[in-house]
Design a binder for this molecule. Structure first.
Ligand code: SAM
Length: 248
């Protein structure tokens, strides 16, 4: 099989996988991501989990054609059910799904997360719900990226467990859990949840384009909303104000 060439979105996701990782790619579809990383000798072992039989079979064939079946296990399973303790997975990718579905997958399999060092998540929407799930489960957002491909905006959220960060040499000794959560970035404001703590600070051109587009949509909605719908109008006006503020 020829070397895999990833889309701009999947390549950006792949770039957050550390060298030598033991990776689980959940919702792997064609298994392009683990195949690419293994072909480049960037990872040691991977599980490609897929819940639908068709893509599972295709993934299995791809991995077999690349002669990687001994190092990439393709499993037909729901969510983190694809991961076994003996896999010693340290990095999980869940990409190309809605943010709510990603949160549900993490919630349903949270007992599989205790030894994981990094989550690389690429929600197609509802990023705020996913950030809220991470905060609620003591995951710290370590990095974010936004990109535009084929007219669509994609966000990537990289998170690591607070427990891992607190044992790193750079961490403060014996951080009191309740007092220093802000310093570790695991309490997020409403604006951080919506716009992303890193993305809203960086305010890249792509970020501005995404939220300007959203602003245009909301302005059209408000223009059409009847005056009697007071509550709905107020809700939309609040959203508009928050976006205008972040774009300022
Ligand atoms: C749009 S594709 C994304 C594929 C790839 N991750 C990417 O980013 O290009 C989403 C895949 O996730 C699979 N999927 C959805 N829910 C899942 C679940 N609960 N467990 C495993 N796979 C799931 C779908 O069958 C589909 O193949």
């Amino acid at each position: 099989m020829n070397e895999i060439k990833l889309s701009k979105r999947l390549k950006a996701v792949a770039d957050y996988v550390d060298n030598g990782a033991r990776l689980a790619d959940i919702g792997s579809d064609h298994a392009y991501l683990p195949t690419y990383l293994m072909q480049k000798a960037l990872i040691n072992f991977a599980v490609a989990g897929e819940v639908v039989k068709g893509p599972f079979e295709i993934a299995k064939n791809h991995v077999s054609e690349a002669y990687l079946s001994d190092r990439i296990q393709v499993r037909l399973a729901n969510g983190l059910g694809a991961i076994e303790n003996t896999d010693k997975i340290d990095t999980i990718v869940i990409a190309g799904m809605g943010g709510i579905l990603i949160s549900e997958i993490l919630e349903a399999g949270k007992e599989k997360l205790s030894h994981v060092k990094r989550l690389i998540l690429q929600p197609n929407n509802h990023e705020e719900s996913l950030r809220q799930w991470l905060v609620n489960h003591q995951f710290v957002i370590k990095n974010e990226e936004i990109l535009l491909e084929a007219g669509k905006f994609y966000e990537i959220i990289v998170a690591e467990p607070l427990s891992k960060l607190m044992t790193e040499p750079s961490a403060k000794p014996s951080v009191p859990l309740s007092a220093d959560l802000m310093a570790f970035g695991i309490e997020l404001s409403l604006n951080d949840l919506t716009f992303g703590p890193f993305l809203s600070k960086e305010k890249s051109i792509i970020f501005q384009q995404k939220w300007q587009k959203e602003l245009n949509t909301l302005n059209k909605i408000i223009a059409r909303l009847p005056e009697e719908q007071v509550e709905k109008r107020q809700e939309v006006l609040n959203q508009i104000a928050r976006i205008e503020e972040v774009l300022r």
